[in-house]
Design a protein around this ligand. Structure first.
Ligand code: PMV
Length: 319
């Protein structure tokens, strides 16, 4: 069974599109997919996404609305034409269009399931490169952070065009993720930032520089176990994202609920304009309180622990 992870961006979304760093963490949930080779004559490639009740055939047409069929055709084009046809059955355990990297995780899982069906293996770098073709269908010119983390998992610093730099957190990062339930389209949010970049270049450039400094300090805070400092950096990042018109009243309400219940910091995660927020908590008890408070304003809220600890390993919450 092929697997790929959902993700949250802890710091640096949007500026990452312009070559600045971002820090992202994989979720403990994502997309799984099974690939089967179809050897009978006349078989066709088929993608089935069970929870959505959707089936897609590869669509090689260009232009028009992005579709699963076009994305499927893009990744199939990275395999030799002379191959058995494949059937991919995917199971999606994260909501789409909410900033949790659903489409990237689906792309990575589909690429890996095709490998599985054909009895092939590829390197992590290959998986990342091939799934970026899938992402481009939906998101135009994505930075690549989503599909890199979807493929690699863990916690890492990402810079467009470079290999992921895995980060080791000195203390586990207990995160509360809240889904606003408001749909958000990454492509249009990225386009809205691009318009601001064109119309007010100096202001936008300064915002990106400030976010980049926040990310660099965030890396040090993660590696040094300074959760309080990391939380403050998340708050600062949120103010700068709000200045780019990416926040919504609902996301602000959820972030405020998290901070009021003791979260060390909170911000939107992903493209914004709806979707999800993420809050950092000092320990497991605080994370539960914050989750319950955020849940009152959210469609869904859950706790995830990031930081590279194998699941079930003893965690040290002490300062
Ligand atoms: O698609 P989302 O909501 O998971 O966010 C993608 C992150 C952006 O920085 C907004 C876009 C990108 O390509 O990095």
């Amino acid at each position: 069974m092929a697997q790929a992870f959902g993700k949250v961006i802890l710091l640096g979304e949007h500026s990452v599109v312009y070559g600045h760093p971002a820090i992202a963490a994989a979720l403990d949930r994502g997309v799984s997919a099974r690939g089967t080779a179809l050897r009978e004559a006349g078989a066709v490639d088929l993608l089935v996404i069970e929870p959505w009740g959707v089936q897609a055939l590869p669509d090689v047409s260009s232009g028009g609305e992005p579709t699963l069929g076009r994305a499927f055709a893009e990744v199939l084009a990275t395999f030799p034409a002379e191959r058995p046809r494949v059937r991919i059955d995917a199971n999606v355990a994260i909501p789409g269009g909410s900033g949790l990297g659903c489409s990237a995780a689906l792309g990575v899982a589909v690429v890996r399931a095709i490998d599985e069906a054909l009895g092939q293996t590829h390197s992590l770098e290959d998986d990342i490169a091939r799934s970026l073709r899938w992402e481009r269908v939906f998101h135009g010119q994505p930075s690549g952070v989503d599909n890199a983390i979807a493929a690699a998992g863990g916690l890492a610093l990402f810079v467009k065009g470079s290999a992921l730099e895995p980060l080791r957190a000195r203390r586990p990062l207990r995160l509360v993720v809240g889904d606003s339930g408001e749909a958000s389209a990454t492509k249009s949010m990225v386009e809205s930032v691009a318009r601001q970049h064109e119309q007010v270049p100096e202001k936008t450039r300064q915002t990106f520089e400030a976010i980049a400094a926040i990310v660099r300090n965030g890396k040090l805070a993660i590696e040094g176990g300074d959760l309080r400092g990391l939380g403050q950096l998340m708050n600062m990042n949120q103010w700068l994202l709000a200045g780019l018109l990416l926040s919504t009243p609902k996301l602000e309400e959820m972030c405020a609920a998290a901070r009021d219940t003791g979260a060390l910091g909170a911000k939107l995660t992903g493209a914004g304009g709806g979707g999800c927020m993420v809050a950092l908590c000092a320990d497991a008890a605080s994370a539960e309180l914050v989750r319950d408070a955020v849940a009152k304003h959210a469609r869904d809220a859950f706790v995830v622990v990031a930081g590279g600890l194998p699941s079930g390993a003893a965690e040290n919450d002490a300062p």
